[in-house]
Design a protein around this ligand. Sequence first.
Ligand SMILES: NC(=O)c1ccc[n+]([C@@H]2O[C@H](COP(=O)([O-])OP(=O)(O)OC[C@H]3O[C@@H](n4cnc5c(N)ncnc54)[C@H](OP(=O)(O)O)[C@@H]3O)[C@@H](O)[C@H]2O)c1
Length: 248
Amino acid sequence: MQIASILITGANRGIGYELVRQLAAANPSPDFIYAGCRNPDGADKLKELAQKHPNVKILKIAIGDESSYQTAVQQVSQDIGDRGLNVLFNNAGILTNRKFHEVTAEEMRKDYEVDTIGPLMLTKAFYPLLKKAADSSQVKGLSCTRAAVLNMTSGLGLINSNTSGGFYPYRPAKIALNMITKSMSIDFKSDGIMAVIIDPGWVSTDMGGKNASATPSQCVDGILSVMAKLGEEENGKVKKWNGQTMEY
Ligand SMILES: NC(=O)c1ccc[n+]([C@@H]2O[C@H](COP(=O)([O-])OP(=O)(O)OC[C@H]3O[C@@H](n4cnc5c(N)ncnc54)[C@H](OP(=O)(O)O)[C@@H]3O)[C@@H](O)[C@H]2O)c1
């Protein structure tokens, strides 16, 4: 897959870190891999990776703190200028698991802040750079090589897959993100920018726990294969890490 530049949020651990690690090791590797995290000083694994791979650039992006988005946009602009940013991967997320009688309004707001509003506002901030990538690309149509927004959902955020209830803050926050992505896929199309919902499956990270069915390495291997094949047909769809297209 030929991607010149990609930004991944929540890149200091879990699936986000593994995305950066595999992209840095890929051949060809993107010219710029921006690893967003809220605490760069404490991101030791990322710092090690950036020392080994000069195309890995660590950026402070704290989801919910919009001033950090603007600073990040300026930093990326200085590097890539008119070439623009090809892929924005909104990966950072939190999962609050609360039952009906436990959930509080504050918990609802917190998950929406990180899982829904953050990806929308960060995409707004980076939109001019995504548009520059689409405009300056030699490639026509929709693809990650040209320009794409990828938003990480969850199987828990698919209405048809809800057979167990609960997860009051998390499920609706991801469902709202899915709807936002669908609207983006319509609104961005004429600018040559694709928007796709990625479902990583159940992955053994801090969030997914030890009993998960896939390792971060297996999941990311699958996501990168899926990304390479994304095109017009997949715009606005939910693509699972194993290539399956899911119902909302
Ligand atoms: N693991 C699974 O089974 C699974 C299943 C379905 C969907 N997902 C989705 O996949 C994505 C990645 O999950 P994961 O399993 O890798 O989770 P994880 O191991 O818990 O990592 C979450 C990442 O998001 C970052 N993050 C959280 N809040 C943030 C904020 N306000 N600002 C910036 N970064 C923030 C974390 O940074 P800090 O270290 O600073 O907290 C961390 O880098 C999430 O969107 C999640 O909902 C995961």
